[in-house]
Design a protein around this ligand. Structure first.
Ligand SMILES: Cc1ncc(COP(=O)(O)O)c(C=O)c1O
Length: 413
């Protein structure tokens, strides 16, 4: 079973006195949860690999949940690892793999985190969860709360398009629209509400949301321990890259692997504070004001206190951090769709855009084994695919009309 030690601060070594204290009272860092894994053997790990349960819960012993009866699962995990040969050929990478997290239950990587986070909420006895989000996190928290039999409250700033909150509503979430700026008033009200009403905080500042460590375990399993050279992850707050690194380090500490992949943070150039800090060799992340970008789901200018851990993961793994602009992102999205058959949202496509860029710069060699995480489904943001009036113009139901369309070059055959 996962034996959970106290929460502690990775910066100033403060140890929490309560299991629901998420932030260090001394230095404001997000606390870190420690799961005792020292007793796990290679045989234990092999048994997990062979488990009939293909969800992330086959790695139960690595997660900060102690009571199996509290597990809230929608079958998340074991997402396809696709050898994208046609896409690889097009971009000069002989060994390009796509980790297709678009097929997760609510269509994004957030399900890995929330399955663990909300299982923990159940174990701790919470009945209501909450999050501020306009997109993937809201939908995922709502779905897992529904499955757990909990209420969920999703806070969004006024002006958020209803299309963004429909998925959360579909899972029964209460949506509270707040008149104010997302990073200021909405965030402040969120914190105050968590304190006042005792709701379970599902933001990335919740240390129990460790489900993305499963990227490490799944890749070891899917590559049969022959790990890739590079793992590229679309990044906002830095949870994913940091959790993957933590997972690989756990496996290294157990001597189950002898090296980890080099980790790459992919960000939108409109919101790239981690890339900035990497390029300027800074010790801390300097928050930026995020500009508008097509990569909406990773439009985060202030990764708060997980950013430096993501940066450390990149440095320790001898990886890299790359910003891509909207043109590069949409080009990658199109290539992923048309060469690999996967519809990824633009934020997710930044991993492939970053791979293309690093290949052009010769940072990644043509024969290197590269995994790009595709973290969100394209149907989350369908308007990112342009469709012209001309394409939508109906034709008469005759072969002649179809011949004419072909003659005009309007059909690729
Ligand atoms: C589609 C998608 N990709 C990637 C991320 C990156 O998240 P993080 O940096 O917290 O792992 C997010 C969420 O913020 C997202 O919605």
């Amino acid at each position: 079973m996962g034996i959970v030690n106290n929460l502690h601060c990775p910066k100033c070594a403060h140890r929490a006195t309560s299991r629901i204290e998420f932030q260090c009272p001394l230095c404001r860092s997000i606390l870190e949860v420690e799961v005792e894994i020292g007793h796990l053997t290679r045989a234990d790990f092999q048994a997990m690999r062979q488990s009939r349960d293909r969800s992330i819960w086959r790695w139960f012993d690595f997660f900060p949940v102690e009571d199996r009866s509290c597990i809230v699962s929608l079958g998340e995990g074991s997402t396809p690892l696709i050898n994208a040969r046609r896409l690889g050929e097009r971009v000069g990478l002989a060994n390009l793999y796509l980790k297709n997290d678009t097929v997760l239950p609510t269509g994004s990587l957030k399900d890995r985190s929330n399955s663990v986070g909300i299982s923990k909420a159940k174990e701790l006895g919470f009945t209501t969860t909450t999050v501020i989000s306009t997109g993937n996190a809201a939908a995922s928290v709502a779905a897992y709360s529904a499955a757990a039999g909990m209420n969920s409250v999703v806070m969004v700033p006024a002006g958020t398009a209803s299309s963004k909150i429909i998925q959360a509503r579909a899972y029964g979430a209460s949506v509270v629209v707040i008149d104010g700026n997302f990073d200021l008033e909405v965030a402040q009200l969120y914190k105050a509400a968590v304190k006042e009403f005792g709701w379970y905080d599902c933001l990335s500042s919740n240390p129990y949301r460790e489900g993305k460590k499963s990227y490490a375990y799944e890749l070891v399993d899917q590559f049969d321990e022959q790990l890739p050279d590079w793992l590229i992850h679309p990044t906002a707050g830095g949870t994913g890259i940091y959790a993957a690194w933590k997972g690989f380090n756990e496996l290294l500490s157990l001597n189950l692997i002898d090296r980890a992949p080099r980790l790459v943070v992919a960000q939108s150039a409109a919101a790239a504070p981690i890339v900035d800090a990497f390029e300027k060799n800074l010790a801390e992340i300097v928050p930026v004001v995020a500009r508008q970008t097509v990569a909406e789901s990773i439009q985060v200018g202030n990764p708060a206190s997980l950013g430096w851990r993501a940066l450390a993961a990149v440095r320790e793994s001898r990886g890299s951090a790359v910003a891509v602009n909207d043109r590069e992102t949409l080009e990658a999205q199109y290539l992923i769709g048309s060469k690999a058959g996967i519809f990824a949202e633009p934020a997710a496509a930044t991993s492939v855009a970053a791979a293309i860029k690093l290949r052009k710069l010769s940072v990644i060699g043509k024969d290197d084994v590269v995994v790009c995480n595709l973290t969100g489904h394209g149907l989350k943001q369908p308007e990112s695919i342009p469709i012209t009036e001309r394409e939508l113009q109906p034709i008469a139901p005759t072969l002649d009309a179809l011949r004419e369309k072909l003659r005009k070059g309007d059909v690729d055959v």
